[in-house]
Write a protein that binds this ligand. Structure first.
Ligand SMILES: [Zn+2]
Length: 172
């Protein structure tokens, strides 16, 4: 297993639509193991393929709670979104050191495959719902800064650039 370099804001792969995984093979399993290691190393709770430069539809999630289990999801799809929304602070390992409150549907239903190729259906609310939406966004080339107001986005980006210039933004 290996900690992979994380793609940062400005990297083209973060803006591309990732391709469906056609075959769950050893290469993909190694990628998933490496993505977990990379996520834990960066102290994140979710990571998507494009964030490690791999434009394939795979995510890993670990909310790091006693009642939660780490999991990988292949070709995840949002099949239902709740009508209610909630707003909470988000950060991103590809835009370290900054965060913003993002409004999203409060609950979602997501379908995909596990690492054995078995179909999974997850109903999620709270942090898990938010995390799944954030990671699936990555597979479509969307970042959380795209989901906030232009004014707020400008502020976040200014802060990010300042931190970057100051030499190495602290990650979260
Ligand atoms: Zn992210």
């Amino acid at each position: 297993m290996a900690v992979l370099p994380i793609e940062m804001l400005g990297s083209e792969v973060l803006r591309r639509r990732a391709v469906e995984v056609a075959e769950i093979d050893e290469t993909l399993r190694i990628l998933i193991a490496d993505m977990f290691e990379t996520m834990y190393d960066a102290e994140g709770i979710g990571l998507a393929g494009p964030q490690v430069g791999v434009s394939r539809r795979v995510i890993v999630v670990d909310l790091q709670r006693e009642d939660s289990q780490p999991f990988a999801l292949i070709n995840p799809r949002l099949v239902e979104s709740g009508r209610e929304t909630d707003k909470a602070e988000e950060g991103c390992l590809s835009i370290p050191g900054v965060g913003a409150a993002v409004e999203r549907p409060d609950r979602v239903v997501v379908e995909g495959l596990d690492t054995d190729g078995h179909p999974i259906r997850m109903e999620a609310d709270g942090l898990l719902s938010r995390c799944l939406q954030h990671e699936i966004d990555h597979l479509d080339g969307v970042l959380f800064i795209d989901r906030i107001s232009p004014l707020k986005r400008r502020m976040v980006l200014q802060k990010y650039k300042r931190a970057e210039r100051a030499g190495g933004a602290s990650s979260r």
